[in-house]
Design a protein around this ligand. Structure first.
Ligand code: ATP
Ligand code: MG
Length: 175
């Protein structure tokens, strides 16, 4: 049992596109001086994809290879590690200490996606994912509610959200 908990060293940050995962993960990683993995970036940097979906303008991850590479990296890291992405819930439960799900009001999400020049079709898809609470449902399925912490990012700055997460990690004896 102890060994199982020893492996729980991942702080997962997930949420629909543009909820602020990367911005917040960077602040926390800098504050705690720990490693931060951006799943989308890892897929591209390490060629962990099956191909490119031109309609969605995104790479199709090779989940088997991706999980294998993530697990190897988690095992190599002796301390906490942040893993973020909108499909971050592929990280196996045995390694996850806390799963933070970022939520954002639809109008604010649209504003942020337009700011990042997302194509209309992608904005529509992403909004549907947020309305249907896909990242939250996926995390509930993968980890159960006790590991999950939801944050509404709409009216808070990235710094405020990072501080909320740091407080939570401290309160829950994760640090
Ligand atoms: N709390 C916040 N309030 C206002 N704007 C924010 C906040 N957090 C992030 N942003 C802005 O929203 C945009 C998206 O942020 P970011 O890239 O961190 O999101 P993401 O969830 O990583 O998106 P993606 O899934 O596309 O990688 C950026 O322009 C960022 O500056
Ligand atoms: Mg990002």
């Amino acid at each position: 049992m102890k060994e199982r908990h020893d492996q729980e060293r991942v702080i997962l940050i997930t949420g629909a596109p543009c909820t602020g995962k990367t911005t917040i993960a960077k602040i926390i990683a800098k504050e705690l001086r720990i490693k931060h993995i951006n799943i989308g970036k890892k897929v591209i940097d390490e060629n962990l994809y099956l191909g490119y979906d031109y309609k969605r303008m995104s790479f199709i991850a090779d989940n088997e290879k991706l999980i294998e590479s993530l697990v190897a990296e988690i095992k190599r890291t002796g301390y906490l590690i942040i893993i973020e992405g909108h499909y971050a819930d592929i990280v196996p439960d045995q390694f996850v200490k806390k799963a933070i799900v970022l939520r954002t009001d639809i109008n604010e999400l649209i504003r942020r996606m337009k700011g990042k020049k997302y194509p209309e079709k992608k904005i529509e898809e992403n909004i549907t994912a947020e309305i249907m609470e896909i990242p939250l449902q996926n995390c509930l399925e993968s980890y159960g509610k006790d590991k999950i912490f939801e944050i509404d990012t709409t009216m808070k700055s990235a710094k405020e959200i990072a501080n909320l997460i740091l407080d939570l990690l401290f309160r829950e004896n994760c640090l």
